[in-house]
Design a protein around this ligand. Sequence first.
Ligand code: ARG
Length: 588
Amino acid sequence: MEKLINQIKKEVTQAFVQAGYEEKYGMVSVSNRPDLCQYQCNGALAAAKQYKKAPIMIANDVVSRLEQSQTFAKIEAVAPGFINMTVSGAYLAAYVSEMETADKYGVDEAKNPKTIVVDYGGPNIAKPLHVGHLRSAIIGESIKRFGRYMGHKVIGDAHLGDWGLQMGLIITECKKRNPDWVYFDDNFTGEYPTEPPFTMSELEEIYPYANAYSKEHPEYREEAQNATFLLQNGKAGYQALWKHILNVSVNDLKKNYNKLNVTFDLWKKESDAQPYIADMVADMKKNGYAYVSDGALVVDVKEETDKKEIPPCMILKSDGATLYNTTDLATIVEREKLFQPDAIVYVVDKRQELYFEQVFRCAKKTKLVDDNVELTFLGFGTMNGKDGKPFKTREGGVMRLETLIQSITDAVYDKLSGREFEEAQAKEIARMVGVAALKYGDLSNQASKDYVFDIDRFASFEGNTGPYILYTIVRIKSILQKYANTKGSVSTTGGLLAPVSESETNLMLEVAKFNDMMEVAFDEKAPHKMCQYIYELSNTFARFYHENKILAQEDIERQGSWIRLISLTKGVLETCVDLLGMEAPDQM
Ligand code: ARG
């Protein structure tokens, strides 16, 4: 559906052209003085110079051509040359009625759907999921959902970190503790056991222990490095053990991500990119992009226009070992081969920005992908505690994601205790509302900014919070239910009635912005813009609800129209809530 503001822009532009002015002056924006008008055009002020006329004359000329238009209830030229517009109730009601029946509430789907890979989550095997991975998962999931809603083919990839020293450390520690395990018997030729020899909690104990121990004991560290090397070069026992580590970890990760409504299409790993490295490196050398500097193989990626120094991208270390870069570049090769993506979006901590700049430049320069493939880094800030420092447990440790989700769910559960819910029901509501509190608390901030994790604020049922948005939906559901109980279903033949009050007009105007908002939120990869929108929509609904006694309304036709309007409001809110990866309960 054409966006409401664009429809207005078209009419205004046409009037400018008819009056003999260039069409570029017909620009329209949402009014920043909603007390005076809904939309405004400042084009006459801009045109004045070119046509050497007083802006008010131009404005008057344009306005006189639009006075008869059914679109406007009021259109006027105001000194020194503004054009102020208020749309007519009939026009607005017709627009909203069209949204009601349109697919996806009239959102304009992409005309040329793209294939987009979203690289997010990025957890590391055998290390527990912690709050650092929270933001990537939450933001990435919504970007994926936005893209799909807009009609693109979006592939979400968890891109597991499974290839570093952490693997060698775990193997080394397992060997020290259980030297008689079959995985360490070099003469073993049978099938390795299918049951993993450890649980997730055992793994979680092993890694930090081995990591700390290796820092104090160089010979142990060397052994771990060697184990990593042997693993990467195909030593059977180590590979079998590594698969167990992988499976146990991935099962645990899935459990946690499910709690957050985060699902990946692909569970690719850094190790999956390894087979592409040799050819990639050979090509980079052959084509003269890569050269040896201080023993290491590097590709220069600096550009003349750089304001700061961009160091070369290192492809191989002097001992021939591969790096994080090497894997990311080879992953681009793999993605190109498997999906030919039009775009890859990386949702990663903003401290990795320079790193990704190097990787992107290197990938383009060495032609791993075409110039027109969009490589985007969506960097996010840190989640801080109330002390302004990165969020930690009370003991100063890294908080596990599971614990974090539980604590916010508990906070919501406590709030529900005064209400008449059965135990199981209260738990289920607390789960949904808790997740929304956590996710909205994150997504409502611009991704690149740091924010403070404040459980009391996030879990509040009032203000700009997830629970408040869900509460709005629940409230609408309850009105619709009551209406259905007494009156049955509302007839949707014919359009909605033109609004009769300011609060009704405002609700229609707000609902009508959905299409516009959706496009901006997706293009800018800005979930916070969707949060802003649903917060405003919820507030606008609250005012409407407060000022109009919907269920007591005696004019049946008017009541039916209101029911349709709030039902549409609910649909739009629910869609946004889903796109943000949250769910609304029926009651709360
Ligand atoms: N595993 C990495 C980390 O924990 C994040 C991976 C981000 N994605 C990527 N393609 N490098 O820091």
